[in-house]
Design a protein around this ligand. Structure first.
Ligand SMILES: [Zn+2]
Ligand SMILES: [Zn+2]
Ligand SMILES: [Zn+2]
Ligand SMILES: [Zn+2]
Length: 493
């Protein structure tokens, strides 16, 4: 294990610009693995625990990426003439081309002689993040060596391949060693645009190493969440739940809503360890049943969940009838459901997807399954941009229902604050406000209608009374009927 004390000293140097005299964390011996971060005092949900800045940051430059982004300020450039004119093979804006950072990058890469410096080459641009380790000072370099690195067979491939893009790539073993080590640390602890780590609805498009963050251990129910400041790329880590003094401060390397098996595979393959957290040790995942599927026995209404074995392809058990199914059997159900739902998600009609989730998918996949949760998040995201072919009413009902559904899953899992939760709660609040407003408007309309009706009834009554009076008057004014003629006096009387 790397010495916690030395790691602490180097982290203090790295974080000196923040001048935090009394940090809420310390590096200590972890119960999870090796060394980790511990809370030095009790922390309240939502409270900032620390800020971290990248020791290394540059473009991810994956093969499919467009490469017209400045390698220093990371802003997008017009897609003509964005390469450095000094022949270093890096994209750089005119402002940054005069900065010290680029001068260092430029001198280093020029000395290696890029084969085609005027052509943007993703291999060279991607290597920059690693190559910059060569220009760090000794303490900074030592800090890289203090961080966990999975030194598997693949970590040497990147530098070996990049070497082919230069005429005079160094042959010095030490230089290779530093770069290979940096690659391994980045793969184990760094950020890279496409990794699943940036799962919390915030985009992060770079390749970067945040050293303090890198010391945090993983838990599938993390007690922190993080965000990035837009311009500076400073990372802010906050408590997701209340954390008692002395407790370990954790983060997650996986998506929040993937099931036990998918998380297990990801952590094993990409991060080289087996997670033994409370969620991973519980086949029901805290009763959230994220991996839950229906029992294959059509007479049984039970849910089937994977056994906890530590194997990549475990059997499944029905919680009701106790029937065992093989991994392959259950994967058929899971793949079928994923295929069906994704087909609807990829069709152009959002309304079709929503109706499918509301009316059909429950027949073959439990609504707790991660495929359904992912689909609901997709729907909410698309609704955030416009209601597409959904009616006003369907859009409103869906926003309300799906955000409640996902929040409920988060509560079930014991997931505290996160960016996703904040966004969902905000959506829910706005939707409930709108709904309350609509209800109030409807009530007001009803009240006005009733008022009008009452007035009309009043008027009717008045009219009827007037008519009655008029009739009575008519009767009174009419000349009295002529008295019956008196019998004619008889002349003879
Ligand atoms: Zn720039
Ligand atoms: Zn240059
Ligand atoms: Zn776990
Ligand atoms: Zn069953």
């Amino acid at each position: 294990m790397i010495c916690p004390k030395r790691t602490s000293e180097l982290l203090d140097l790295h974080l000196a610009p923040f001048k935090d005299k009394d940090p809420a964390w310390e590096v200590g011996v972890s119960k999870i693995a090796g060394r980790g971060l511990m809370a030095t005092r009790s922390l309240k949900r939502g409270q900032i625990i620390f800020k971290d800045m990248p020791l290394l940051i540059s473009l991810s430059a994956h093969e499919e990426d467009s490469l017209n982004t400045c390698s220093v300020c990371l802003t997008e450039l017009p897609d003509t003439r964005f390469m450095c004119r000094m022949g270093c093979g890096l994209p750089v804006c005119s402002l940054c081309s005069k900065k010290k950072q680029h001068k260092n990058d430029c001198d280093l890469l020029k000395s290696w002689g890029p084969n085609e410096p005027e052509v943007a080459n993703s291999v060279i641009i991607r290597l920059l993040c690693v190559a910059r380790a060569l220009n760090l000072n000794k303490d900074q370099r030592d800090l890289i060596y203090c961080l966990q690195a999975n030194l598997d067979n693949n970590h040497r491939v990147e530098v070996r391949n990049a070497a082919k893009c230069f005429k005079n790539f160094p042959t010095d073993k030490k230089i290779f060693e530093i770069m290979n080590r940096t690659v391994a640390v980045l793969r184990t602890n760094g950020f890279d645009k496409t990794t699943d780590r940036t799962n919390d609805n915030q985009e992060f498009n770079y390749r970067a190493l945040y050293p303090l963050f890198a010391v945090m251990n993983h838990d599938c129910i993390p007690n922190t969440y993080y965000t990035f400041e837009a311009k500076t790329n400073i990372m802010i880590v906050r408590a997701a739940v209340d954390i008692p003094e002395g407790f370990e401060i954790t983060t997650t390397y996986t998506k929040l809503f993937t099931g036990n098996i998918a998380r297990h595979l990801f952590l094993k393959m990409k991060k080289g360890f087996t997670c033994k957290c409370s969620r991973c040790s519980d086949p029901t995942e805290k009763g959230a049943y994220i991996s839950g599927l229906y029992c294959r026995d059509t007479n049984c209404s039970g849910l089937v969940v994977p056994e906890i074995t530590g194997l990549p392809h475990p059997n499944y058990n029905c919680l009701e009838c106790k029937q065992k199914s093989t991994h392959a059997q259950m994967m058929k159900s899971q793949d079928f459901a994923s295929g069906a739902i994704n087909a609807k998600a990829n069709s152009n009609s959002l309304r079709t997807l929503v109706q499918y989730l509301n009316e059909k998918s429950d027949n073959f996949i439990p609504s707790s399954n991660y495929v359904v949760i992912d689909a609901k998040l997709t729907v909410l995201q698309r609704l955030g941009q416009g209601r597409e072919d959904c009616s006003e009413e369907l859009a409103a009902n869906t926003r309300l229902r799906y955000s409640r559904d996902v929040i409920q899953v988060m509560d079930q899992l014991g997931l505290g604050e996160s960016l996703v939760r904040t966004q969902l709660q905000e959506l829910l609040r706005r939707e409930e406000e709108l709904r309350a407003k609509r209800l109030a408007e409807d009530a007001e309309k009803q009240r006005k209608l009733a008022e009008l009706q009452a007035k009309a009834a009043e008027a009717d009554k008045l009219l009827a009374a007037l008519e009655e009076a008029a009739r009575a008057e008519e009767v009174a004014a009419a000349p009295a009927p002529a008295p019956a003629p008196a019998p004619a006096a008889t002349e003879t009387a």
